[in-house]
Design a protein around this ligand. Structure first.
Ligand SMILES: Cc1cc2nc3c(=O)[nH]c(=O)nc-3n(C[C@H](O)[C@H](O)[C@H](O)COP(=O)(O)O)c2cc1C
Length: 446
């Protein structure tokens, strides 16, 4: 039995990942602002020995909030409230390199890692929500390439801030009266195109040294960034083949950056509709699709492919000729994913929006627990995944059924842990703890 084990995260999305989940009789729509709801979900994930819970984010209100539970707390604040109600589960928050400043974000994640005893992870995004620009005094969302250029400098700065206190700089000795060994606290004196930051950070180095670096890009820029910096990579794939291509490419690029491939975990999203028979599972998925509201789905589609299809016959063929493949889009890779579905499956507009309603282009699968476990095992054992971001179609029920019926099968097959062997998120993912770049013999990261 190989030692390699699956990593499993619970990706919490208000209401659930199916766009109509909040209207489903089994969902807890009324608890959307109730912190205990999320504390209970995190405790459930911890009880089933999941690696982490994860919150997505975008610093702007989605324009289709009329029809769906599409607002959320700020993720780091949210996770701090969950940290006090849990002990082992990793806590991954999304934050933007385009719409935040490194010093502020360094303090927020350092605080979360200290307060949680080393369980913080940062999903590094350049932000796909184009409307965010107007909330930060920008006329429009910066171009894709420019966002990644800023992100690379951002990572250099914030990494040195988290390293600016060496691990043994904190003395805290009332007897000698020495609180900190200042020779081991370093200014970073960064002057770059996007940032000027003196440092040091105003808190000591955290239990993990740095939060776990997570990333979710799939474009060329996104992949290169992930291969250089990310320790865990979230991604969206609908077929084994496209997941295998992504996996092989990222691991190859990581090696080219002199990184060990097993220090880069790849976790595709999976959104399972589970029932005891295939027929029941398909019926359950249909039940959700019957609840979708075209006004919402068409706005979602417009955001992904830039085409407004309101006024078109939903049961007519998808107007493929109208797609402008050259137009720059907020989410380059999601654009490609949708066009691939259209070309491969020739859907009507209704069939396409139902296809995307499940989890915004992530892998949606319906069936009995064994089938879900089989598919997870196939991707895990055939170079397509090191684990999964579990995206329950609805909450809490969609997660309960996965945790209670699929996880035990994965355990019996020796694919998932029976218990935690460590306390930090790095322990759970099997990631090493980075030394401070300022420790005497370490080269700067640049
Ligand atoms: C699982 C997953 C979660 C994501 N979460 C967010 C998010 O919370 N906020 C965001 O702006 N983008 C999010 N994205 C989008 C990515 O950050 C990225 O913009 C997108 O995958 C496009 O890749 P690219 O940046 O390489 O073009 C997510 C993507 C995936 C696959």
């Amino acid at each position: 039995m190989s030692e390699r084990k699956l990593s499993l995260n619970l990706f919490i999305y208000p209401g659930g990942h199916h766009e109509a989940a909040w209207r489903y009789k089994g969902s807890a729509a009324e608890r959307i602002l109730d912190v205990t709801f999320y504390q209970e979900l995190a405790q459930q994930a911890e009880a089933h020995k999941f690696d982490a819970i994860f919150f997505a984010d975008g610093p702007a209100l989605a324009d289709n909030v009329r029809y769906a539970q599409r607002f959320r707390f700020e993720p780091i604040t949210w996770l701090a409230a969950i940290a006090v109600a849990t002990k082992r589960i990793g806590l991954i928050a999304t934050a933007s390199t385009t719409y935040t400043e490194p010093y502020n974000l360094a303090r927020l994640f350092a605080s979360l890692d200290h307060l949680s005893g080393g369980r913080a992870g940062w999903n590094i995004v350049t932000t796909s929500t184009t409307q965010a620009a107007q909330n930060f005094g920008l006329p429009e969302h910066p171009p894709h390439h420019e966002r990644y250029e800023r992100a690379r400098e951002y990572l250099d700065v914030i990494t040195r801030l988290w390293d600016s206190w060496e691990d043994d700089a904190l003395i805290n000795d009332p007897i000698s009266g020495v609180f900190a060994e200042t020779s081991k606290i370093h200014s970073i004196d960064h002057v770059g195109k996007h940032f000027r930051v003196r440092g040091p950070l105003n808190i000591s180095r955290t239990p993990q040294g740095r939060p776990v670096y997570v990333q979710a890009g799939s474009s060329d820029d996104g992949r290169a960034f992930a291969a250089r910096f990310a320790e865990a990579i979230f991604t969206a794939h609908l077929t084994l083949a496209s997941a295998q291509e992504f996996y092989a490419d990222i691991k190859r690029q990581a090696r080219a950056f002199d990184r060990s491939p097993d220090q880069v975990k790849i976790l595709p999203g999976i959104s399972p509709f589970i029932a005891s028979t295939q027929t029941e599972a398909d019926r359950l998925q249909d039940e959700f699709n019957e609840l979708i509201q075209p006004e919402y789905s068409l706005t979602q589609l417009r955001q992904m492919i830039g085409l407004d299809l309101s006024g078109f016959d939903l049961d007519g063929p998808f107007p493929r000729h109208l797609i402008d493949t050259d137009g720059a889009r907020g989410v380059a890779s999601r654009f490609k994913l949708v066009v691939d579905i259209v070309d491969r499956e020739k859907p009507t507009i209704r069939q396409l929006v139902q296809r995307l309603a499940g989890a915004r282009g992530h892998w949606v699968i319906a069936g009995p627990p064994e089938k879900i476990a089989d598919n997870i095992q196939t991707w895990f054992e055939n170079g397509a995944a090191d684990g999964f971001n579990v995206m329950p179609p609805w909450l809490p029920g969609g997660f309960d059924v996965f945790a209670e019926q699929v996880v035990p099968i994965l355990r019996k097959r020796g694919l998932f842990r029976h218990d935690y062997t460590g306390t930090t998120l790095r322990d759970h993912y099997g990631l090493s703890r980075p030394a401070s770049v300022y420790s005497s013999n370490i080269q700067a990261i640049a």
